[in-house]
Design a protein around this ligand. Structure first.
Ligand SMILES: O=P(O)(O)OC[C@H]1O[C@H](O)[C@H](O)[C@@H](O)[C@@H]1O
Length: 314
């Protein structure tokens, strides 16, 4: 199909997103990021100048996914509320990670290996392979540029689907190599919160965790995690779904295949030091990431692995 070929192209660096690349200190309000549909195929279009797909359902929910990174940049629930945080100061350009939404992390988490931070998937162009009303599917396949830095042939698929009161995102990894490989992966979801004060995450009590600010393995004792200070933790072997609450909103965050979860908030200093965040960005989101880090999945030749995260409004 014409548009599938079209959207597998590397987008131009001269997209409209260029104007978001620097913080405009005199800006009265942040730039508005929205999906601009194509005239002839309204499910397809652009977002911040990059090729994008919009899925929607009969209840009024919608999601927008860039082909760049198969990056979900928006999920509006059936009440019309945006549930993902996307930084208005994010860059939207080839080879660069988008700040916010749902970055796909593969095959390396953070700096835990020789690859670029958080691996290869979030900065590459994916191909749209299916787009039907409430869901869309994307693939990212090894090529000369990935083989140059990670010597395995693979295919990743991302399936993004609106479901009753929620959003499902499923990552599938196929090993197309003649050798086995293992990898780390995560759906690095930035969940929007109406208020930082009083926000809480429930469901981690009893889990072992490591904290980026400490070398000791620890165990979570608190029934509710609060966000009064910077937080950067990997929780291992989750046993329960999580619930994020802020003011009158609540979201169930559940996962399958992914057994770990990363919880991250950069705090005021972290936000101020990160050029693609507004200085108060840390008050607008909490990252709750479905992750496979502690026991990196190992795939034999021909093998496949699946992990998913479901966000459900409650
Ligand atoms: O700035 P990025 O590469 O997008 O990473 C953002 C964050 O991702 C994860 O949550 C890591 O645990 C953090 O240490 C990291 O700061």
């Amino acid at each position: 199909m014409r548009w599938m070929a079209l959207y597998s192209c590397v987008p131009s660096r001269k997209g409209r997103g260029e104007r978001y690349h620097v913080r405009m200190s005199n800006a009265v309000s942040p730039p508005i990021l929205k999906f601009v549909p194509d005239a002839d195929t309204p499910q397809l279009g652009t977002f911040a100048g990059l090729p994008a797909v919009r899925v929607h359902d009969l209840q009024g929910a919608s999601a927008v996914v860039l082909l760049h990174g198969a990056h979900v940049v928006s999920w509006v629930d059936a009440t019309g509320s945006e549930r993902l945080y996307l930084s208005p100061w994010s860059k939207f350009q080839a080879g660069t990670a988008v700040r916010g939404g749902i970055p796909v992390i593969f095959p390396q988490f953070s700096t835990q290996g020789p690859l670029p931070r958080h691996g290869l998937a979030r900065t590459r162009e994916w191909v749209l392979t299916q787009c039907e009303g409430e869901s869309a599917r994307f693939t990212f396949t090894s090529d000369a540029s990935t083989l140059g830095v990670w010597p395995f042939e693979f295919a990743c698929e991302l399936h993004v689907a609106l479901v009753s009161d929620g959003l499902d995102v499923q990552l599938t990894v196929h090993n197309h190599s003649a050798q086995a490989f293992s990898f780390a992966a995560a759906l690095h979801t930035y969940l929007a919160i109406p208020a930082f004060e009083g926000a809480s995450l429930e469901g981690l009590q009893g889990c072992a965790f490591t904290d980026a600010h400490s070398t000791q393995a620890q165990r979570e004792l608190a029934p509710l995690l609060r966000f009064s200070e910077p937080l950067d933790r990997v929780y291992y072997d989750l046993e329960h779904p999580l619930t994020l609450r802020s003011q009158s909103t609540a979201l169930d965050v559940s996962q399958q295949g992914f057994v770990d979860a990363v919880v991250w908030n950069p705090g005021p200093e972290g936000a101020a030091q990160t050029p693609d965040f507004a200085p108060d960005a840390h008050t607008h989101f909490v990252c709750v990431e479905a992750a496979a880090i502690g026991h990196p999945p190992a795939l034999k030749p021909g093998g496949q692995w699946q992990g998913s995260q479901r966000l459900r409004r409650i």
